[in-house]
Design a protein around this ligand. Sequence first.
Ligand code: SF4
Length: 92
Amino acid sequence: MTCETSRFHCVRCGECCRHIHPIKGWKDLQANGVCKFLIDNQCSIYENRPNLCRYDAVYELFKAKMSLQEYDEMVMHYCQQLQDLKKAKDNQ
Ligand code: SF4
């Protein structure tokens, strides 16, 4: 799930796949914010997943506005937030 020069490494927690509701155009994939293709905490259509789920493809949308390093930092920031949210929920 990473491009060659990216510093981001997906830990396959599935948290981004459980929080897709704020993204426009992703309506077909969601059920209560959880992607319907997330099964047993894995993407069941991984090889054919949409571009919005592909790190490199999404960077194409941002690269006119930011460097790959900035994109990495943004993704790592949001990834960490989702993992922190999960930890907080697990500790309730
Ligand atoms: S299609 Fe796959 S990678 Fe994309 S949100 Fe759904 S489960 Fe996650």
